[in-house]
Design a protein around this ligand. Structure first.
Ligand SMILES: [Zn+2]
Length: 259
């Protein structure tokens, strides 16, 4: 059995002291991780992990990019660009990128304009290099749906999808993916969103090291959570665990390799 955690931040400092155990877990359970970045330094870290921990396997798929939280006027776009092209052969995708009004802050020079500017730069890199993208779309799904058609994007996932059902239909029409995380274990609304999704355009994720509530209170978010999420999903979609696994694996491959 193979599993995919389609969105996790292994470069985060919370994981540093657990690297040996997390990487042996990934090796032993064969959970493929799409490893996200949030800014220039975590993008370096993601590439460092790819080059030093799981270099000769496809278990770590490296995504570099600038998250809307850090998409300020102070970002040195040229140096990110240079880094990107210097590491191109070890870059598998672009993420976590997007727009999120929650992070607007005049003191840190984070505005909707700065976020859109950086998002555009990231989309250009994705288009020019035909890389898949992982999108942060909190409170901005409709805006992002307007921007995406301007680019020829290989494939895109609306990670941690929490938009409306109406927008979900548009995402499906545009042949983009949505992903669901550990909250689906206890959140009925998210379970009903999954029922509305196109099962061929669904991915699962942990978004670790983010923590969760209810049954997951005080549990460290590790890629191993994917197994429980997948079990719950198999009961919701009324397929066997094995068939669900095959479906999700095929989806992840299509997401990475293009449609
Ligand atoms: Zn994330």
């Amino acid at each position: 059995m193979r599993f995919v955690d389609s969105h996790i931040h292994l470069g985060s400092s919370e994981y540093h002291q657990y690297y040996e155990s997390i990487f042996s877990l990934i090796q032993n359970t064969k959970i493929q991780c799409f490893c996200m970045s949030e800014d220039s330094s975590s993008s370096y870290q993601t590439i460092f992990l790819k080059e030093n921990y799981l270099e000769n396997s496809n278990l770590l798929q490296s995504f570099v990019g600038i998250h809307p939280q850090f998409a300020t006027e102070l970002v040195d776009v040229d140096s990110f660009h240079n880094f990107f092209y210097s590491k191109l052969e070890n870059i598998d995708g672009i993420g976590e990128i997007g727009i999120d009004p929650t992070y607007i802050n005049s003191e840190s020079k984070n505005s909707i304009e700065s976020q859109k500017f950086i998002f555009d730069k990231m989309l250009m890199l994705a288009e020019q290099n035909q890389k898949p993208i992982s999108i942060h779309s909190r409170r901005s799904v409709s805006e992002i749906l307007e921007i995406l058609p301007s680019y020829r994007i290989k494939s895109a996932v609306f990670h941690w999808y929490e938009g409306s059902k109406k927008h979900l239909k548009k995402i499906i029409d545009m042949n983009h993916f949505v992903s669901f995380g550990p909250y689906i274990l206890y959140n009925k609304e998210k379970q009903s969103m999954l029922r509305e999704a196109n099962l061929n355009l669904v991915l699962l994720e942990t978004d670790g090291p983010v923590g969760y509530k209810n049954c997951l209170e005080d549990v460290m978010t590790s890629p191993s959570l994917i197994v429980s999420i997948q079990y719950l999903v198999s009961t919701i979609i009324e397929k066997s665990f094995k068939d669900t696994s095959d479906l999700l694996l095929a989806n992840a491959k299509r997401f990475m390799n293009g449609r």
